[in-house]
Write a protein that binds this ligand. Structure first.
Ligand SMILES: *Cc1c(COP(=O)(O)O)cnc(C)c1O
Length: 426
């Protein structure tokens, strides 16, 4: 296929190589169409999508309800800007706020600062577009809250982050990345961040001082290789934050919206962060939609003109976002992620010692470490693509398996069969 420069796939790859910046190193698959968990290449070949756009495609490619919402909105109104109201905006914010509020735990000690201190717990939404913008928004809100509510001296705020983090690609965000590829040669860097080991709540407690306004963590670290923290970590972090009047910012961009078997990964420990940072699947695989969701005591610090986005909360994004919130409302996708996740875990565990060194699973999401003697993660992913399975390596010999939640069990098991064959044949 690839040697044949006359093929449509090879022609497209040649154009990309020549005219696109080389900030990615894609596998040589050229996708033309997709539906559900399956994609079709320009050569007509079908592949099972086990990456799902880094969880932007939790509900599969072109989910009928999402496409219908997008189509209807395309025929009515697509953009107006926040200078005016539009008829999808309030409804989207209200419905997303209700989805988040439905995750409130019975135990109020695990809830927001507002729960404990008797402040308002009314939930509000600040819509943006990409994940990185939502993270930036949460960082800005946390600093502003620190100065205006907590009383930290202006310009001194610090935010505690975890090693191995991935929160996006802006200069401020890569300033506190410890991945050399993401970080190096983009300085001067944004100050005000303190890094502690992931999974260690005591280290967070030790890092907090009177300048600390927030702790930013991923409840499960996706890019790092689906790193699931020890049981109780999120609860301990919640407690430490509450005791020190520090905001907990949960980056649920990849872990949220059904992937881990609950609406949010924080739900697994009954923890409610002060700010949820959402993205990826919120756009239904159609448009970029992100949002920061939190209580009025925190998000209320942003007043007109102090933060914004031309495209944030646009009518098309809101219509699509509403359709995604509707898909999550009855819990069936979350249940599906749990059930299929058990199948995935059982099947992958059987491959430990047969080419896999270790497996980490949470919901329908797995990080697998391949025996480096069998090749790099990329080598394995290339071999999987040859067998019709699309997956992505992350660091070294780690591969992430995160199919759309709509995948059929038989297809999921077929994908693991292909992995088993690839490992056995090397
Ligand atoms: C993908 C991701 C981001 C960045 O989202 P973009 O839409 O690519 O800017 C931030 N945090 C986490 C955890 C992510 O997985």
């Amino acid at each position: 296929m690839l040697g044949d420069v006359t093929s449509p796939a090879a022609a497209q790859i040649a154009l990309a190589e020549r005219y696109a910046a080389h900030n990615y190193h894609p596998l040589p698959v050229v996708v033309a169409e997709a539906e559900g968990a399956w994609v079709t290449g320009v050569d007509g070949r079908r592949y099972l999508d086990c990456l799902a756009g880094y969880s932007a495609l939790n509900f599969g490619h072109r989910h009928p309800a999402v496409i219908q919402a997008a189509r209807e909105q395309l025929d009515r109104l697509t953009l107006i800007s926040r200078a005016f109201h539009h008829d999808q905006f309030g409804a989207f914010c209200a419905e997303l706020a209700a989805l988040v509020a439905a995750s409130r735990p019975a135990d109020p000690t695990l809830g927001r600062l507002g729960d404990r201190d008797g402040r308002s717990t009314e939930t509000m939404v600040l819509p943006m577009n990409t994940g990185a913008e939502a993270v930036e928004t949460a960082l800005k809100v946390a600093r502003k809250w620190g100065y205006e509510v907590k009383g930290v001296p202006d310009g001194r705020a610090t935010i505690v982050v975890a090693s191995g983090n991935f929160h996006g690609r802006t200069i401020s965000i890569v300033s506190f990345s410890d991945d050399p590829d993401a970080h190096d040669h983009y300085g001067p860097y944004t100050p005000g961040f303190v890094t502690v080991p992931y999974g260690d709540a005591d280290a967070i407690a030790a890092a907090i001082d009177e300048t600390t306004v927030a702790v930013l963590i991923e409840p499960v670290q996706g890019e790092a290789g689906v790193i699931v923290p020890p049981d109780g970590y999120l609860r301990d972090v919640r407690r430490v934050c509450g005791e020190n009047d520090v905001l907990l910012l949960a980056d649920e961009i990849q872990s949220g919206l059904g992937r881990t078997g609950t609406t949010f990964a924080c739900d697994r420990e009954g923890v409610v962060p002060d700010l949820y940072i959402l993205g990826k699947a919120l756009g239904g695989g159609v448009v970029p939609v992100s949002a920061v969701v939190g209580s009025v005591d925190v998000l209320g610090v942003v007043r007109p003109g102090q933060h914004g986005s031309t495209f944030g909360g646009n009518p098309l994004a809101c219509a699509v976002g509403r359709s995604v919130v509707a898909l999550l409302r009855d819990g069936s996708y979350q249940e599906r992620a749990r059930d299929l996740g058990l199948v995935l875990r059982r099947r992958l565990d059987q491959l430990v010692g047969k080419g896999l060194v270790s497996v980490r699973c949470v919901g329908l999401w797995a990080g697998i470490d391949v025996d480096p003697a069998l090749g790099s993660g990329r080598d394995i992913c290339a071999a999987l693509a040859d067998r019709g399975v699309l997956a992505k390596d992350t660091h070294g010999s780690t591969i992430r398996i995160a199919p759309p939640l709509v995948i059929e069990q038989a297809d999921l098991e077929w994908a693991v069969d292909q992995l088993a064959d690839v490992l056995a044949s090397r």
